[in-house]
Design a protein around this ligand. Sequence first.
Ligand SMILES: Nc1nc2c(ncn2[C@@H]2O[C@H](COP(=O)(O)OP(=O)(O)OP(=O)(O)O)[C@@H](O)[C@H]2O)c(=O)[nH]1
Ligand SMILES: [Mg+2]
Length: 355
Amino acid sequence: MVWKKLFGRKDKDNTQQTAADAESKVSAEERSADPALAETEPDHTEAYPEAEGRSLFQRLRAGLSKTRQGLADKVEALVTGRTVDEELFEDMEDLLIQADVGMPTTVALMERLRDRVKREKITEGSELRRLLQEEVADLLGTHAASLNVSEKRPAVIMVVGVNGAGKTTTIGKLAYRFKQEGAQVLLGAGDTFRAAAIDQLEIWAQRVGVDIIAHKEGADPAAVAFDALAAAKARSADVLILDTAGRLQTKTNLMKELGKVHKVLQRELDHPIDEILLVLDATTGQNALSQAKIFSESVPVSGIALTKLDGTAKGGIVMAVMQELNIPVKLIGVGEQYHDLQDFDAEEFAQALFG
Ligand SMILES: Nc1nc2c(ncn2[C@@H]2O[C@H](COP(=O)(O)OP(=O)(O)OP(=O)(O)O)[C@@H](O)[C@H]2O)c(=O)[nH]1
Ligand SMILES: [Mg+2]
């Protein structure tokens, strides 16, 4: 096994990135020594110097800048110079709700804050920002989990979500990252509803330099899933990532189709599907919550990739999703570059937001 799993790593200063790059080069060498696996693999790191230039934490901070302005900076302005009292708590509650934190999570957070203020006898409003950061990190930390990729091969990740949520882009970014880590990646074009969807995934496969299994538009997605998995086994791929449709004639059809694809994959695999990743668009706000409920009824969603956090001031939705759905947010999208898909880390998130 040439691929050593590096997902879920703490990567605050990019030092381990270098290790991952080195590793991916070694595996490329090993692979080209094997004629069956040899392929021309351009070094894609060179093409994105700007992505390498900033640490992942800097990218996270930049990606969360709208939410920082919409939430953290407002909290700062609110608490500065004030004494902690009931009115201040209420104003803060309003800010959290405006940032899409959601009612149940806001209530939970405020309870924790009130408790700490009382216990630590805090009177200065300006202390609340720090407390909020700590409590957000703590609350999110209790739900956190990293992307599951078992030792069994091929690892299978099925990606679901409504159209436009960012499934295909997330798959491209994931494929890039796995490849950087030295994994042999195969993509499956399971969104056969539109020809453009297949083309789009093919473009990503080409850009990243990974193989793809695709059928024609209108083909049975379960057959694509079957073929892609058979190919992944035959080629000893490390990871298969399967795209799926986000829209069909009706919602019922879509849910049935996803259920069938899932069943076929699971039947053909000798271990539980590693990850059923639901992609949610952070800019859709509370809508994301109802999408999660619907998708969870047809497939056992195991993790969430929350995309486009860079495009919203309401990044508080991360908290609502984690707390209300009880499905961990495992990945977050904070931009359109390859490196803008990050493992979700509660502490880093809170620090990027409030720190
Ligand atoms: N700013 C930003 N844009 C993103 C992010 N993730 C995805 N996008 C953009 O969102 C748009 C839709 O993404 P797709 O990957 O095509 O979405 P999809 O879920 O595959 O959509 P369908 O194939 O129509 O079902 C694209 O323009 C992406 O570039 C992100 O994290 N940040
Ligand atoms: Mg797509």
